[in-house]
Every structure is written in structure tokens, then in C-alpha cells.
Design a protein around this ligand. Structure first.
Ligand SMILES: [Zn+2]
Ligand SMILES: [Zn+2]
Length: 345
């Protein structure tokens, strides 16, 4: 069995390259030669210890690579295919899979369950999570499909149309892609709240109509002025924490939509009377599935290949896999100017 390099968490805010066994893919699984992988907000939560860290297996789920080996029973993919990967596997048979809600699959597992994910020279992933990419798509674009699909679904959950003004809370990757997906969907007007200058700059480049720098401007006052007291038709909250949920409820109009697509680690104190009074429709958005006749993943691939979303604008830093320690430091501290940090091979 050959060896390969993999990035492994070794403690809180510690990740390093180790030599690990490269195993053959099991039944239903595929091995990719990893080309590019993004560091996600959820990876940073593991890095900081908010979520479980594996001390033996590489994480990483925003992955693009070339298939090099397929396990028993895999017929849809073969060596040489350029692919990207959803972060979970699904069975294809349960009631949720059969009705297009495969993100709620009864047998859903982490796509690299018990194997190495994208922060390794070779990624092993369940074939149910794989999508073939067109030749025209770069590895970098391929590694951005996953976060775009998360945002695409969040916008779809808001069901926003040309009548709607959409606010996005948060200028990180998911927030920026929500902005881009809302623009691509043709909504009337977009507003995004940001914390860092690079986020404001990018949001302007992506065509945001209103960029609200929190700390300088109160989003509630801004929206109040902008909408003559009405509020936004839809608000997508990408940051987490009670204060941001509270802001979302404060700036949404009566009967508007609030979509939560953030990580929450502890119970929050929120004044739920706001929901009673406003009749706001509050919902979550869980990864991706089918929001329409296509999967959110395929729709996101199309948004990138058609040029409707200029995804690579989000990538501020690129490191070789061997510099993973530095890459995580940069990604974890947004004062570095980071939005999306990629590991390249
Ligand atoms: Zn992610
Ligand atoms: Zn299923």
C-alpha cells in the first residue's frame, strides 16, 4: 500500500501534514487525485474545536480532482473524469432521495466516511456525491461549486423573484455567493452586510446594490431608510449567533422570508415575538438537494460555466497542500484579507 500526504488536525488551531496510508476505494467509493480544495467555514469550526476534529483522517469537502480508481459497483465514473464532490453521500432509495430531498437521506453520511477527504493528495469519496465537470471548467472553479451550491439553495429557499429586495447577512464565502446567486436569479435589489474591507470590495465587484459595513452603519437603520420602513422581502443569514438572527428578524418585512444558513453551536436567546407579529417565514437551508428540476449542484456548475457567477473572484489565497498550517492561519483570521483560501496540488 502506498503512502500519501494528508493534512491532519493535531489539536485546537493545529493542523499539519502527515504521511498516511493511501487505501483503495471500497465498494461504492471512488479515489480522486486531488487538484484543489477550499477551506470552508465549517473546517475552521473544527480547527477552533467548536466541532469534532478527526486526528486520523483528513477533512476537506470543497474538492475538485481527477478520478484515478473506482471501487466495486461504481459504473458512472471512470479514471480520467474531472469531478467535484458534495459533502455527503445518499442512498438513492429512501423516501427523501426519491422525492428530491436527498440532503435529508435516511442513510446520509459524510461523503468521505472513514476515509481521507479533500485535504490530502488523494481524496476518497462516495460516488453518490460526485458530479462530472465540463472540460472548460478549471480545478479552481470546480472546487467552488460546493459553497456556491450551499448559497444557491439558500436563495432558492427564500423563493425570491424580481419583486424582491434581498438582504444577505455576512460577507464571507457563503454570503458572497448568496449575493451572486440572488443577482443571477434576477432579484430586484440586493444588500449585504460585511465586516471587513475585502468583503466590501468583493461585494461591490459582484454587483451588490447596497454594502453595509457593520460597525460603521446600523443595518436596521439602513434598511429602514432604504425601504421607507417596510423592510426587506427576504433575508439570508450566513453568520450565526443570536444577534444576527435578531437583525434578520428586525429587517425583514411582515410576511417576508428569513433563511438561516449558518453554523449554530449553542441555544440562542431571541425575541420570538418578532415572528409572531411579522408572520415572517423562517426556514433553514441544509447543504443542497433539488430546489427545482435540477440539483442545486448541477445548477451551480451551470452558473459558473455560463459566466453568470464569476466564482474565482472569491479566492484570495492559494497555498500548496504542504503549507496547510499557514493556509489555515490565513483563513482563520479575516484581517489577513482572506475570503476563500484554497489548497492546490
Ligand atoms: Zn463547505
Ligand atoms: Zn436516501
Amino acid at each position: 500500500m502506498s503512502k500519501m500526504k494528508a493534512a491532519i488536525y493535531t489539536g485546537i488551531q493545529e493542523i499539519e501534514i502527515q504521511e498516511v496510508e493511501r487505501t483503495a476505494p471500497g465498494p461504492g467509493y471512488v479515489t480522486l487525485d486531488t487538484k484543489q480544495a477550499g477551506i470552508c467555514g465549517s473546517d475552521l469550526h473544527s480547527y477552533f474545536g467548536h466541532w469534532n476534529q478527526s486526528h486520523t483522517l483528513a477533512a476537506g469537502h470543497e474538492t475538485c480532482g481527477i478520478v484515478v480508481e473506482v471501487g466495486e459497483g461504481v459504473t458512472e465514473f471512470q479514471p480520467g473524469d474531472k469531478v467535484t464532490v458534495e459533502c455527503f453521500s445518499h442512498c438513492g432509495r429512501c423516501v427523501y432521495c426519491r422525492t428530491g430531498h436527498y440532503n435529508h437521506c435516511l442513510e446520509r453520511k459524510w461523503v468521505s466516511h472513514n476515509v481521507h477527504g479533500g485535504f490530502a493528495e488523494y481524496t476518497t469519496a462516495h460516488a453518490s456525491g460526485l458530479f462530472k465537470l465540463p472540460d472548460s471548467m478549471s480545478f479552481e472553479e470546480g472546487a467552488l461549486v460546493e459553497p456556491l451550491a450551499v448559497s444557491y439553495r439558500a436563495v432558492a429557499q427564500a423563493a425570491a423573484t424580481y419583486q424582491d429586495r434581498v438582504a444577505v447577512i455576512g460577507g464571507g464565502t457563503i454570503g458572497q455567493f448568496c449575493l451572486a446567486a440572488a443577482k443571477a436569479a434576477g432579484v430586484k435589489e440586493t444588500l449585504i452586510t460585511v465586516k471587513y474591507d475585502q468583503q466590501a470590495q468583493l461585494a461591490k465587484e459582484l454587483g451588490a446594490d447596497h454594502v453595509v459595513h457593520i460597525g460603521e452603519t446600523d443595518p436596521k437603520e439602513y434598511v429602514n431608510d432604504l425601504t421607507s420602513g417596510f423592510g426587506m422581502d427576504a433575508v439570508i443569514e450566513t453568520v450565526g449567533g443570536g444577534q444576527n438572527f435578531d437583525t434578520a428578524l428586525a429587517i425583514v418585512r411582515p410576511r417576508g422570508a428569513v433563511v438561516l444558513v449558518a453554523g449554530y453551536f449553542e441555544p440562542l436567546e431571541v425575541n420570538l415575538s418578532r415572528i409572531v407579529w411579522s408572520e415572517a417565514i423562517v426556514t433553514g437551508s441544509n447543504c443542497y438537494g433539488n430546489s427545482g428540476m435540477d440539483t442545486d449542484f448541477q445548477a451551480s456548475i451551470d452558473l459558473i460555466t455560463s459566466g453568470k457567477v464569476d466564482a474565482t473572484k472569491l479566492v484570495t489565497h492559494r497555498f500548496p497542500l504542504t503549507e496547510v498550517t499557514e493556509a489555515f492561519k490565513v483563513a482563520a483570521d479575516k484581517r489577513s484579507g482572506a475570503i476563500k483560501v484554497h489548497l492546490c496540488q
